[in-house]
Write a new protein. Sequence first.
Length: 94
Amino acid sequence: MTEVNEQNWYVLRTRPRQEKAVRKLLTDIGVENFLPTSVEEHEYVNQRKKKIEVPLITSTCFMRCAAADRLADGLCLRAALSVRRFNLSNGGNK
């Protein structure tokens, strides 16, 4: 039997190119999150180079919360219009 306060990782499917916005929103409301990123160097027409942080997994962000909080957090995130889907399953854990 799992404990009520046990925290698990959940997958959030975001709208395209909204991963960083979701990460900021999660951080602002105090929810632990993870967005795997890498830094790429882009060269523009005027030959200016700029380093940009890009997500490794597009349209995906991860959040960690207790089972009792996940539905409420998911509804808040969907209301923020950046999250398309919120995985409510427990990942096969019983």
